[in-house]
Design a protein around this ligand. Structure first.
Ligand code: FE2
Ligand code: FE2
Length: 257
């Protein structure tokens, strides 16, 4: 699991995580834009290029962190606009792409989450452990359920048993997401203490996210060896494994990053 071994958790590493996330989204999206949509393809590639450069800087820990956050915010904002604009076009059936609307929305929400994280980094706002657990669970469990839906979307129909397994896992994560939503409204703000119910939920999610990460990496290996019939981008599974990893790391540390 090379990506976990060198996954940095300092400020530069967190910016690199989010920029790489958008950079990957742009590359994946590039595969799904029709050749009729030359303008969209060009605009998307410009974003990929810009995001990749900032990711590289962050990964190399180059330059002042304040400047880097500003650059990250600007590039993320531009990419967010392109995705949100395309999503609206798609809802009006005015664009030829093979990306599902919900997947565009998934990427839009991750861009928005990264903007929240950048703001928190800038302001240095302290989040209580309880607020962090609730936020991370509510945000990421929906993403985790989505990921399983997209694995199924790309998997060839002929993988009957694997499709069935993935559907069951997706339904499990949908239930966990509902539980996170319930805890969010039951445990009212200000959340100055961490209730045993929330700690128990957190521990369960850490365990589930770890096994989801392992499952994604197993499948990643098959996809990269071309041993599974799928139209998934080759490194999509690694991308979403990284997000599962990010979720359980944040839950363990009880922080939002
Ligand atoms: Fe992502
Ligand atoms: Fe995701």
């Amino acid at each position: 699991m090379a990506y976990s071994d060198n996954y940095e958790r300092d400020a530069y590493g967190i910016i690199a995580f989010w920029l790489r996330n958008d950079y990957d989204h742009g590359r994946f999206f590039d595969r799904e834009i029709s050749h009729y949509e030359t303008e969209l393809a060009r605009a998307n590639l410009n974003n990929v290029h810009r995001l990749g450069k900032i990711w590289e800087k962050a990964a190399k820990k180059e330059g002042d962190i304040g400047t880097l956050i500003n650059e990250a915010k600007y590039a993320t904002n531009e990419f967010h606009s392109l995705l949100a604009y395309t999503m609206d076009k798609s809802l009006h059936c005015e664009v030829i792409i093979s990306t599902p609307v919900s997947l565009l929305d998934h990427m839009v929400r991750e861009a928005e989450e990264s903007q929240r994280v950048f703001k928190l980094m800038e302001s240095g706002t302290k989040i209580t452990p309880s607020d962090a657990i609730v936020h991370e669970s509510v945000f990421w469990l929906r993403q985790m359920a989505d990921h399983l839906g997209y694995i199924r979307h790309y998997l060839d129909l002929s993988n009957y048993d694997l499709n069935y397994q993935v559907t069951q896992m997706m339904e499990k994560f949908e239930r966990l997401m509902m539980q996170a939503n319930a805890l969010q409204t039951m445990i009212r703000t200000p959340r100055n203490e961490t209730l045993p119910i929330l700690t128990q939920f957190k521990n369960m999610i850490i365990k589930e996210a770890k096994s989801l990460e392992a499952f994604k990496l197993e499948l990643d290996d098959l996809v990269k060896k071309c041993a599974a019939a799928t139209t998934s981008p080759p490194d999509l599974l690694e991308h979403i494994a990284r997000e599962a990893h990010h979720l359980w790391r944040n839950l363990e540390e009880e922080i939002i990053t």
